[in-house]
Design a protein around this ligand. Sequence first.
Ligand code: DON
Length: 575
Amino acid sequence: MFNKKISRSFITFSILLFVLTTTADAAGRKATRGYNGAVASSSAIASEVGVQILKDGGNAIDAAVATAFAMAVTHPTAGNIGGGGFLIYHGADGETAAFDFREKAPLAATRDMYLDENGKVINNDIGPIDHFSIKAVGVPGTVAGLELAHERLGSLVWSDLIAPSVKLARQGIPITFKLHDDFNNPRRKGWFGQYPSSEKIFYKANGEPYLPGDLWVQSDLGDTLERIQNNGKEGFYSGKTAELITKFMKENDGLITLEDLQKYDAIERKPIKNSYRNHEIISMPPPSSGGVILSEMLNILEGFELNKIGHNSAEYLHILTESMRRGYADRANYLGDPDFNEDMPITKLLSKKHAQDLRKTIDMTTKSESDPALFAQIYESEETTHFSVVDKEGNMVSLTYTLEFGYGSHIVVEGAGFLLNNEMGDFNEQPGVTNLSGEIGTPPNQIRPEQRMLSSMTPAIVAKEGVPLFATGSPGGKTIINTTMQTILNVIDHGMTIAESIEAPRIHHQWLPDVTTFEKHGISFDTKDKYESLGHKVRTRNSIGSAMAVYRDPETEIISGAADSRAEDGGVAAY
Ligand code: DON
């Protein structure tokens, strides 16, 4: 890992030294453009880190690795080394790859581990224990996944890619209003307050809050990142970091052991590939449901002339909703970790014939029923993060990773300075209990030791004739697949620019509960009335997801990066 790369020890990154040849923009309806490369992420500082790596001669994978580690420092709500995620790659030469670094259930996990004698999930003082306890922590995958992607496709020396994040952690970053609001949210304060190891990271030594503009230094995290910088994956899964994790687990009644850490492997899988109106859609296979269901919904929609139906008109929203209902029903019924579910009907779900059969059941004058006797799904909060990268060759990376909730379990490993995920809550924790109120107990995603929990994360790359055109994805729990789909439709069917496509108002339906979510001020009242007259129920929320995308014009070779204005600290760096 360390020898085969070209040494780039002169990497010059410093957040204090803004390089004039970079154009950087916060977020919004206009793209930030360049000729040589771009990174769009939820952290403007991390985007700058990624672009500096590109300037230093790195490729899209190098920049993605550096951006991901930087976000573990600058975007603690979801940027992580204590969680997991997925990376999709599409080279300018046509090569594609999918890296799975989803968390795994610890060896000591059992199917009914969160249930009381009546089969109900146990609650502690702060919430259900599948999300709010140290037992909610899955074996982290991020460090292994980034190392695997780098070994396969990176070009610079590993240690140079981690150097910027070590520096950011040690020198500190300015507290933003968003970070301040997050840390001091009253509920979150209570969750952090459960563990002194967490409190000491997110509040000053005297317990006072960090204020916007204060410098936030994370020394323990800097040390952990340095061990990863020097030893790669072993700097996390062995040695001092592993000792700190396992000691902390033992002392706090957690499940993860040294054996769990040492058995963790990231996996390169075959990406899901699908066609949509002369474009190729490359996305993540199980244990993400994202690629399969995105493709299935697009296949259904391919049979409608969407460009002739007004964008976000009632008729358009009806067609979208009915496609979402059908796609998400299949998600619940069939998908889980492929290493534990050999018989998933992926080929069928991806077939144009299946889409055609489903399309035929769509009634244009009224909504379909969501069968309440079947399965239900719950809403999730929106605290994952996605970023997209393009380099000067036109290679693209689309990466989504998460701690599950914002700040995951809210538990920081004493002495190691990083947050642990609460991803175990993504399993179906009540086997056989599936109902309209949101419990889901279908077999493919029940807890088994070492199984990966089903995810909705949908990093995607759209290509034309084998050449990557744009990369996109979003946070948002189950809304992720729909956000990514609408971004793709906005470009391909409606001719929007990449920035317009991620800014446009969107909707979400996930089969059950049978209700459609609109964004506040997103859809006009008369459209909503007409849509409801087709039988749909609507609820409104502030926003859905926050997409981050890069686009490369195949003719002019101009690169555009777009950061969703829904992400307050987000930004694009391009050059
Ligand atoms: O993997 C998933 O689908 C989820 N754990 C992602 C989580 C998310 O987007 C935010 N919140 N629950």
